[in-house]
Design a protein around this ligand. Structure first.
Ligand code: ARG
Length: 452
């Protein structure tokens, strides 16, 4: 039978490229080599390797590390993955006893272990990047304590607040993101190596020793679960997605604030772009990109979740597809954090514009509150103030257009009611409120937490 085109392109090379995970997992070389060194020591403890063999294997692995780091390593995609590439090079360097390194070990427990090592390392790095971002937020909050602005609900002006109170809201949500990451660290902190391919190890390996060498807090209790489990990555990707959603919301807010309609904030030149056609434009591209990257990051989470759904126990090759979403989410989230930190650090807030935006009916709730303090049921006070704003609207006016005398006349009450922007803000003194005293307290607490 004549070969068709599909047959022709289905060359050996194509098949090996298809099955290779090297383009992704070569980034895990550090973890893979650390694992092999620890494993060689464990094999020496049970006399599979003699001390001399162990030493030369360790030395060769360290050389391989340098070769890869210095980009001198010759990658061979036909060898499928990082594990095979390193082991093959070990053969070149030490000869046939390199083959002993795979005694009792499977790539199934190996990949499950080095991915956990990678996740743990990434969490530490991301955690510190979140803290760096938080530090900029807290510093901005501290230096803008006398900036007032409207708060918004439904993107409608609601009640006056301190800008610092708004900024500290970002700090709080990032605190939760860190807690989620620490939880991921905890569940990843389990050694799988020693589980073998699925049924556990035939050899009397000292798993506690390996755990100590590789800095794992505990060892897994079920070999089948150990090599099957990718929950720790799924949780990590979901935590990244939640945190990225937070960055996206901050981005959205800053995009709105930097628009000509608001002008609350001026973004620095290095995070905006100009239009090739419209000379006046300053586009908030970096913020839009952070907002936009959420899509891919959510996709990564869903992608792995779907890959794992319905897989029979234990290891299945489908699981090799976990690396792309994992590495991509870590990279994009990490870059977004760094960019967001710079954006916040370099943004300038426009005090007048923020304050002017509190003109209008923003003290309506305060009037109702004051009326209810004088004994009027709040519902009644609410209707009274609502009617006032409606009446004013017909005259093209708002509450802030009225002086104290006019306000009292319009309200027709037998006591003198006084409203004031700063009084409104500073009366919210309970924990969690926007008063200066309270916000200052939260800033002090945050600075202590961040060791700032
Ligand atoms: N490259 C594989 C992965 O990333 C390693 C494990 C391969 N195991 C196997 N039995 N083929 O999942």
């Amino acid at each position: 039978m004549k070969k068709n085109n599909t047959d022709k392109v289905f060359s050996k090379k194509l098949i090996s490229n298809f099955s290779s995970s090297l383009s992704q997992d070569k980034r895990l070389y550090k973890e893979d080599i650390e694992l092999s060194i620890a494993y060689s020591k464990a094999l020496a403890k049970i006399n599979i390797l003699n001390p001399k063999e162990q030493r030369s294997i360790e030395k060769a692995l360290k050389n391989i590390f340098k070769e890869i780091k210095n980009k001198k390593f010759e990658w061979r995609p036909e060898l499928e993955d990082i594990h095979m590439n390193i082991e093959s090079r070990l053969h070149d360097l030490v000869g046939p006893y390199a083959g002993k390194i795979h005694t009792g070990k499977s790539r199934n427990d190996q990949i499950a272990t080095i991915e956990r090592m990678y996740v743990k390392n990434s969490i530490l790095d991301l955690f510190s990047k979140i803290e760096t971002l938080q530090k900029e937020i807290v510093l901005k909050a501290e230096s803008h304590l006398d900036f007032v602005m409207p708060s918004y609900t439904h993107l409608q002006r609601a009640q006056p607040i301190l800008l610092s109170h708004q900024l500290m809201a970002y700090y709080e949500m990032l605190q939760r993101d860190k807690a989620r990451l620490l939880n991921c660290y905890e569940i990843s902190d389990e050694l799988i190596l020693g589980s073998g391919a699925v049924a556990g190890s035939f050899y009397k390996l000292d798993r506690n020793f390996i755990a100590k060498e590789l800095n794992f807090k505990k060892i897994n209790s079920n070999s089948i679960d150990g090599v099957s489990d990718r929950d720790f990555i799924i949780e990590f990707l979901s935590s990244i997605a939640i945190s990225m959603m937070h960055l996206s919301r901050i981005s959205e807010e800053f995009i709105i604030w930097s628009s000509e309609e608001f002008e609350f904030i001026e973004l620095s030149d290095d995070v905006v772009t100009t239009s090739s056609m419209m000379p006046q434009k300053r586009n908030p591209d970096f913020l839009e990109l952070i907002r936009g990257k959420f899509g891919g990051i959510l996709g990564n989470f869903i992608s792995l979740l779907v890959t794992m759904k319905s897989l029979p126990f234990s290891y299945n090759r489908d699981m090799q597809e976990d690396k792309k979403p994992l590495l991509d989410s870590v990279d994009e989230f990490s870059n977004s954090l760094v960019n967001m930190t710079q954006i916040i650090k370099k943004s300038k807030f426009n005090k007048d514009k923020l304050k002017n935006a509190t003109d209008g009916n923003i003290l309506a709730t305060d009037i109702a509150d004051l009326l209810s303090l004088k004994g009027m049921p709040f519902r009644e006070a609410h209707i009274k103030v609502s009617n006032l704003t409606k009446k004013l609207k017909k005259q093209g006016k708002v509450i802030s257009d009225l002086n104290s005398k006019e306000l009292n006349e319009k309200l027709d009450v037998d006591f003198n009611l006084k409203i004031d922007l700063f009084k409104s803000i500073n009366s919210r003194k309970l924990k969690g409120g926007t008063s200066k005293v309270q916000v200052k307290k939260e800033i002090i607490t945050a600075k202590k937490t961040l060791k700032l």
